[in-house]
Ligand binder design. Sequence first.
Ligand code: ADP
Length: 480
Amino acid sequence: MKIVHVASELFPYMKTGGLADAVASLAGTMADRGHEVAVFLPGYRSALDHPGAKSAERTFRIRIELGSELMSGEVRVFSPRKNLRVHLICRDEYFDRRHPYGNGERDYEDNADRFIFFAKGAIEALRLADLQADVVHAHDWQTSLVPLLLRDAERRHGVTLAMKTVFTIHNIAFQGVFPSRVFPRTNLPEELNNIDGLEYYNQINLLKGGILFADRVTTVSPRYAQEIQTPEFGCGLDGVVQTRAEDIKGLLNGIDTAVWNPAVDALLPARYSSANMAGKAVCRTALLKSQSFDVKFTGPIYGMVCRLAEQKGIDLLLANADFFLNQNCRLIILGSGEKRYEEALQALAARAPQRIALCAKHDETMSHLIEGGSDFFMMPSLFEPCGLNQMYSQAYGTIPLVSRVGGLADTVTDADTDPVNGTGLTFPPTNAGLADGLQRSLLLFADKARLAAVQKRGMERDFSWAQAAAAYEQLYQDSL
Ligand code: ADP
């Protein structure tokens, strides 16, 4: 098949979260399976400076209509591996910025123009390159107009650009909501500027366009596909998602097992596997040492790696501060994000600096050490479309302690309710839920035979992208 992805992040050229990893792994695995894959990405500075992009095999100009204005841009095409081409849609005014969406405090004011330009640029490049895709697959609000703009471009030019369109919701909390004056920038027919189209409480909602008009809609776990049809998790779009209930599928992301595998992980101080766990003890010592904790400590170590955002359940953790202050345990958090959470966690660490640590930064090596060296990995998320770290944790023999929501519920089996298959501990996303999970983790830690069995089962689970890619392949084929 000829498969085209349009996305605002792609590892290693631009990454703020799981989206970059998911698109990169999906595109790469599909290319390895023999499909012809193209990915369209904004021409961010970090992408243009990447060695691969510097040796572009082809560049061409595009001119894009935004309302009554004509904007020019350039497309740079390069091939990082067999069967895979990356197309950078460049316009420095829009994309020569360090962060893709905002300055850290606020989103950029011209985000609507930037991503409408990107979506139209991708479609125009598709037309000029004469790619004739089987499937055009767009991701999240930044590209959610692609299904609409693509059919509009086909009408205008009298051509076929793609057989089918697929749209994936990686996180419904981000919707691309803008004032209604933005609508004319799309150049879409005015009849789409109503309640059955993009209109949303007198504004326009770009995500809504992707959900309503793509041939197929997916999200990143089966449970999240159900959850977003409810008011509790739908962030105001549950009614819209319900209209696609027949077509929406939850396909779990996989993990990159070349990067996240304790048997080959070069970022760990020692490697290990379920057959020989000696290296995990070395990682434990290195982790304690990295925080200047007593390396002879034998109690449970709780690790956490995440964006410091409400979604990740930092409030639940703070409400359970007494557990970490009073129990004989260690807590090590790696995260950056909202200042208020950074300050609250810093204050907690200051109350017990020999036992609690916050590393307020983004640090790839440290994230591997926490996965390798901890006994428990905490994800008390309020919602979680898929989540990656709970899968990494199982691969690393680190017991995930997770809220029973979204992809966490789909990938972690509770060891108390299912002693035969359990790979972690799950609880409802509440203060009391986390408190209960923490108490149960102490019991599990004290029972070394049970602990080892739970670890081993997690390590033997298959979370590789091969499974996920096969599911997408099936979806594409079904849609065709
Ligand atoms: P989300 O996309 O909501 O941020 P995911 O769990 O899907 O959550 O993916 C987040 C990815 O980013 C994971 O690979 C996680 O390890 C990584 N990550 C998050 N914060 C940090 C950090 N401070 N340092 C290193 N890696 C991080």
